[in-house]
Ligand binder design. Structure first.
Ligand code: A2R
Length: 336
């Protein structure tokens, strides 16, 4: 029998790349949870397959609406669940903390309770975040799984909830939940609110004379590893297929370490326009920040053999070209 994967957040950056990966590397059917007004840009290349009911299906609902989750799960009975749906942007969470808690904490509980209620026992990937570690001191780098949580935003707090709820359901009810804390991952389709995607978009706009040659930035000092989203979704596939161990939790991330400033400089070097100025924009600064985000991925690598394969240079080039393509096609993009 063909396996069925259920992806919450299929219209997001990660969900759309995960769909591409599963279509290419498995024969599974893919069902994505989608809200009635979700933008379809990230899955527009799958529309024909969706219309022809060829391995990709959309289920309308909302992670905050248990009734929709119950009826979808009863119908599709997934073998694998990838829970990616979230209010995913830390800076927005300072403005909309309640929506962030509701979607990321309560939504996760609703999904896991719905899975229990329909009495199915899929392997469930719960996606927390590296942001749970938050304000980490230098001595604790690289960050291991048991590093203390010190969240520095409502988003990060919400992901502590996501993480703990997932593990609780594995321990208390024997559900096959495995939790990940993925460190910064990016590439084509990255939301334009995230630093590297915003920089790439602004560069593409400058190259097309849509804005003056001034790039607006937030905190440039934060130290990160960058992973490619296509490596990240390969990790998620390996997570659920290579000796999946319920209740386990893993730190996963790239091996290219740099500050946000160095990442910006790499993108600026790729631009066809020289002498772009850099200007700090106070609205891009978080009240407090998670400054040191370097993972120790030994546990996950030892378990699955996963290692990042796509270089930082390629990820950034593909991200910049993604924005160049969008603008070349005449898409209007917001200045932010
Ligand atoms: O906002 P929409 O309608 O485009 O859908 C987003 C979905 N989502 C929801 N789905 C169902 N019910 C909700 N109440 C709800 N709220 C949000 O989550 C979209 O499909 C997805 C988020 O996509 P992105 O913002 O692009 O996040 P990304 O980078 O794909 O992150 C995936 C996961 C998240 O759990 C992050 O917190 C984590 O990786 O880093």
């Amino acid at each position: 029998m063909k396996k069925v994967a259920f992806i919450t957040g299929i219209s997001g950056m990660v969900g759309s790349h995960l769909s591409d990966y599963l279509l290419e590397n498995t024969n599974w059917d893919i069902h994505g949870l989608i809200r009635w007004r979700s933008p379809l840009d990230n899955i527009s290349h799958l529309i024909n397959q969706i219309n022809n009911q060829d391995r990709v299906f959309l289920s309308y609902g909302d992670i905050n609406d248990s009734i929709s989750l119950l009826s979808i799960l009863k119908k599709i009975k997934p073998d694998y669940v990838f829970h990616l749906a979230a209010q995913s942007y830390p800076l927005t969470s300072f403005e909309s903390p309640l929506d962030t808690y509701n979607t990321n904490v309560i939504g996760t509980a609703k999904l896991l309770e719905a899975l229990r209620a329909v009495k199915i026992d899929p392997i469930i990937h719960v996606c927390a975040s590296s942001e749970v570690f938050g304000r980490v001191s230098k001595e604790k780098l690289p960050i291991k799984e048991d590093c203390t949580f010190h969240p520095a935003s409502p988003y990060a707090i919400s992901k502590v909830g996501t993480d703990l709820i997932g593990r609780y359901h594995a321990e208390a009810y024997g559900q096959k939940v495995i939790t990940t804390r993925m460190f910064t991952h990016t590439g084509p389709r990255r939301g334009d609110v995230f630093a590297e995607s915003s920089f790439a978009k602004q560069i593409a706009m400058i190259e097309n004379d849509l804005i003056p040659p001034i790039i607006k930035v937030g905190n440039l000092n934060s130290l990160r590893t960058f992973a490619d989203v296509r490596d990240a979704v390969r990790a998620y596939y390996m997570l659920v297929t290579i000796n999946p161990t319920p209740g386990e939790y893993y730190n996963i991330g790239g091996d290219y370490v740099c500050t946000i400033k160095e990442m910006l400089n790499s993108l600026l070097k790729m631009s066809t326009v020289r002498n772009i100025q850099v200007q700090v924009d106070p609205i891009r600064l978080r009240p407090i920040d998670a400054d040191l985000q370097i993972p120790d991925i030994t546990k996950f690598s030892n378990h699955t053999g996963w290692k990042p394969q796509i270089s930082f240079q390629k990820t950034m080039e593909d991200l910049l070209n993604y924005w160049r393509d969008k603008i070349a096609k005449g898409n209007l993009v917001l200045q932010r």
